[in-house]
Unconditional design. Structure first.
Length: 238
C-alpha cells in the first residue's frame, strides 16, 4: 500500500482543515517545503499537495510554494486544486509535478478529464458528502452519487481515484473503508482513501481491506501517527 502524506496550501502556508471548511484552517508551517523535506526524511516516496486557494478560485494560487517544494525534494508530487484546463496541466507538468488531480471538473466535464487522461498522468479526485459528490472546494454538493462518477472513469487511462469522505476529513475518526471499497469496485482502478485517518490501526485496517493507498494529513501533524512506522508497515517490514 502507498502512503501519501499531505500538504494543504493556503496563503502560502501548510494548513489542515476540518471537514473542508476554510475557516477551520490550522497553520502548521510557514515553509511548506520544509514539511515535504521531513516527509522525505521519514521514508516517503510521494507527497499529496492541494492548492486550497486554487480549489476555490479555479486557478493556481500557491505557485511559489509549489515551486519551492519541487526544488527542495526529490519526492514524487501529485497536486490538485483549481486545475480546470489543459494549459494549467501542462504548466504544472513543466514545473515538475508528477501527476495532477482533477476533481470538480470531473463532475462538470468528464469528457475533458478522459481526454486529459489519455495524454497526461491524471488522477481523479472524488469527494463525497453522504455519498454524493462535493465540488468547488467542497462548498457545493452535486446530485451525482460518488460511485456513478467513479464508474464513468473506468478504462479511460486515469491512473487512480482518490476518494474522500468529507464528513470525516480532519476529524481523525477513522477511514470510511466501505466507501473506499465501493469506489474501487465501481471504477476498477487503483483507489486511494482519504479523510479521517488517525493512527497505525487505520493503516492496518486499510492493508487488510486491500486498499491501494491512503492520504495522511492531520494524524501526522497532530502526532497520532508515527509516519516512519506507517511506511515500514505499508512496505511489509513490520
Amino acid at each position: 500500500m502507498t502512503i501519501l502524506p499531505a500538504i494543504d496550501l493556503k496563503d502560502g502556508q501548510a494548513v489542515r482543515l476540518t471537514k473542508g471548511l476554510m475557516e477551520t484552517a490550522k497553520i502548521y508551517s510557514d515553509e511548506p517545503w520544509q514539511v515535504a523535506k521531513r516527509f522525505e526524511e521519514l521514508g516517503s516516496e510521494w507527497v499529496h499537495l492541494v492548492d486550497l486557494n486554487g480549489a476555490f478560485a479555479g486557478e493556481p494560487k500557491n505557485l511559489d510554494q509549489i515551486r519551492k517544494i519541487r526544488q527542495n525534494t526529490s519526492l514524487k508530487l501529485e497536486l490538485g486544486g483549481g486545475i480546470r484546463d489543459e494549459e494549467t496541466i501542462r504548466m504544472y507538468l513543466d514545473l515538475g509535478i508528477d501527476r495532477l488531480i482533477l476533481g470538480s471538473v470531473a463532475v462538470k466535464d468528464p469528457d475533458f478529464v478522459k481526454a486529459m487522461a489519455a495524454k497526461y498522468p491524471i488522477v481523479v479526485g472524488i469527494d463525497a458528502i453522504d455519498g454524493m459528490v462535493a465540488v468547488e472546494g467542497w462548498a457545493e454538493t452535486s446530485d451525482m452519487p460518488a460511485t456513478k462518477l467513479a464508474r464513468a472513469f473506468a478504462d479511460c487511462g486515469v491512473e487512480a481515484i482518490i476518494c474522500t469522505d468529507v464528513g470525516r476529513d480532519g476529524m481523525m475518526s477513522g477511514i470510511n473503508i466501505d466507501f473506499t471499497l465501493a469506489i474501487k469496485e465501481a471504477s476498477g482502478l487503483e483507489t486511494i482513501a482519504s479523510g479521517g485517518l488517525r493512527d497505525i490501526h487505520d493503516i492496518e485496517a486499510l492493508i487488510a481491506a486491500g486498499i491501494d493507498g491512503t492520504i495522511v494529513g492531520k494524524a501526522f501533524y497532530e502526532g497520532t501517527l508515527d509516519l516512519a512506522e506507517a511506511f515500514r508497515l505499508a512496505r511489509g517490514e513490520l
